[in-house]
Design a protein around this ligand. Structure first.
Ligand code: SAM
Length: 292
């Protein structure tokens, strides 16, 4: 049943909003000296070769990261979160690669911080293992296991501070409800977990999956934690649009992540520019349960 391969999508607009948000969470955790633990429940291959057949099939990176990192771009005048993301991506892009969330976490964390990467697909796991050993990141552990089962076994971490990235492929409809159950169970053991959930925005063409992300966000909000969502749309939500954008739902967000992300996304949509039919990318950040 595991057929999804992220290489087809590496570096697209969805990776941009997901990885920007995740770096924002890691940056906030680094403000204190005390070590923290990061969990990536659906890690993928770790890093992606943009010259391989899969990445070149639709060249999704060309309308994502490539538009942000052009020869003329300088990170100097950019919002600091966007500048951090682009500085981290630059050395990978120089080798025609894109860093997946595992490489991003490994590069952004400090040696004292822990990183647990979970991947179930055997071939993706082997690539993850190889890619991460090349990065020689200390206190980094790769696990061939189900992400939610891994969270049950490994949380709460000691010391009790850290964050979770949940980025499923959403190939099956029940992945939306599995995610809500997984988050609910984590909060029973680890109230303070900061959680970033990525989700697709799908038009009517996706059938039963259209509207599933919105319903999942409502269920996550009902857990009662402070939370906001940030979304990028790259096409109009017409019947045939397919995936017209994506978002992140952030639970227990760190202070000022909403403002930093908003600022970064304003620049991102200008750089992504016009998509199909001349539609200009849009972005918004909105609180669901305010952090009082
Ligand atoms: C969207 S990709 C991950 C991309 C990665 N987070 C990134 O940003 O670079 C989703 C991955 O989850 C894996 N996967 C699917 N179900 C899983 C599960 N229950 N536990 C762990 N991994 C799973 C798939 O094999 C796939 O590699």
């Amino acid at each position: 049943m595991l057929s999804y391969q992220h290489a087809f999508h590496a570096g697209n607009h969805a990776d941009v909003i997901k990885h920007l948000s995740w770096i924002g969470v890691i940056n906030a955790l680094k403000k204190k000296d005390k070590p923290f633990t990061l969990f990536d429940t659906h890690a993928g291959a770790g890093a992606y070769d943009l010259t391989d057949e899969m990445s070149l099939k639709n060249k999704e990176f060309e309308t994502g990261i490539s538009r942000l990192l052009t020869k003329d771009s300088s990170t100097q005048d950019l919002p600091h979160l966007l500048a951090d993301y682009l500085s981290l991506c630059e050395p990978f892009l120089a080798q025609q690669q894109y860093p997946g969330s595992p490489a991003i976490s490994a590069k952004a964390k400090r040696d004292c911080d822990n990183l647990h990467l979970m991947e179930l697909h055997p071939a993706e796991f082997d690539k993850l293992d190889k890619n991460l050993s090349r990065l020689r990141s200390l206190n980094t552990h790769v696990h061939k296991r189900d992400g939610y089962e891994g969270l049950r076994a490994l949380t709460p971490p000691k010391p009790n501070r850290g964050a979770i990235l949940i980025d499923p492929p959403y190939e099956r409809l029940n992945e939306y409800s599995d995610l809500v159950k997984g988050v609910e169970q984590v909060f029973k053991r680890w109230q303070q977990a900061q959680i970033v959930v990525w989700y697709p925005l799908l038009s009517e063409r996706a059938g039963a999956k259209s509207g599933a992300s919105e319903a999942m966000c409502d269920q996550l909000a009902a857990l009662g934690k402070p939370c906001f969502k940030a979304e990028i749309c790259v096409a109009e939500n017409t019947v045939d649009a397919g995936m017209y954008g994506s978002g992140v739902f952030v639970l227990n967000p760190p202070w000022q992540l909403d403002a930093n992300l908003n600022h970064a996304l304003e620049s991102v949509i200008g750089m992504l520019g016009a998509g199909e039919a001349g539609f200009h990318a849009t972005a918004h950040v909105s609180w669901i349960n305010e952090d009082n």
